[in-house]
Design a binder for this molecule. Structure first.
Ligand code: IPE
Ligand code: IPE
Ligand code: MG
Length: 229
């Protein structure tokens, strides 16, 4: 393992739930249900990993409102149930949960669930688990700049933006996208500027800790130069 590339922040675009279900002749919602189980396993892997401090999962983009209402409603219900169940894991494994994105667009009870889980886990220290919900990278940057202006800043530096983002933890070291699509879909644009990117054909419901472990081995083979030699 190369010592100059510690993996501290892992980010994942969980894609392919719908195609997974379709291939099996099932409703798209079944794919989302299976996908939620995979997040649980991957979280446990991250808790046990020696260097991962933050894992960020893309769960719902600002563009996903374009989907049929019935699918969106299902996703919201699933998220609520998932968070309710996952609180136990977060507490047992010392995981701090944090949502990023504009959750004010969600129903009041769902917002409350999100705030409750954040509040109850905020002092946990082993892993920061970030869930991107109604999240868009461009919206995040624009909001951040507006907040800085409201604070009276007239000239805004890169450092100002980095430290005022909703995700001030650290830049992403490794981004994984499942399902074979090779695009960012408006995820963490600022934080991904020097990340290593890894695309796998595996559909999210079929993804597992063994594959993640293999990808991390590949990550350690990469030479990150950051513009240097
Ligand atoms: C990812 O799977 C989950 C969300 C975006 C909520 P998709 O639902 O995008 O699955 P595909 O890409 O249609 O297969
Ligand atoms: C990206 O997946 C968003 C999430 C995984 C939450 P999409 O399936 O929405 O992205 P596109 O539409 O293929 O770019
Ligand atoms: Mg998709």
């Amino acid at each position: 393992m190369s010592k100059n590339t510690p993996l501290r922040h892992l980010a994942i675009i969980m894609d392919g739930n719908g195609r997974w279900a379709k291939q099996k002749g099932l409703n798209r919602t079944k794919g989302h249900e299976e996908g939620a189980k995979v997040i649980h396993d991957i979280t446990e892997y991250c808790v046990n990993h020696p260097t991962i401090e933050t894992v960020t999962f893309y769960a719902f983009s600002t563009e996903n409102w374009k989907r049929p209402k019935i699918e969106i409603e299902f996703l919201m219900k699933l998220l609520d149930k998932y968070l309710q169940n996952e609180l136990l894991l977060f507490q047992e494994k010392n995981v701090a949960f944090k949502a990023i994105g504009d959750i004010k667009a969600f129903s009041k009870p769902l917002q409350q669930r999100i705030y409750d889980v954040q509040e109850q886990t905020k002092n946990n220290t082993k892993l920061t688990y970030v869930l991107a919900l109604n999240y868009g990278g461009r919206a995040e940057i624009a909001d951040t700049v507006n907040r800085l202006i409201a604070q009276g800043k007239t000239t805004i530096s890169e450092k100002d933006i980095s430290s005022a983002l909703q995700t001030p933890y650290s830049d992403v070291d490794l981004l994984i996208r499942t399902s074979g699509e090779m695009r960012l879909s408006n995820f963490l644009l600022w934080q991904l500027s020097y990340s290593e990117l890894y695309f796998t054909q595996t559909l999210w419901p079929d993804f597992n800790a063994a594959e993640l472990d293999e990808i991390i081995q590949h990550y350690h083979q990469r030479k990150r130069r950051f513009g240097g030699l």
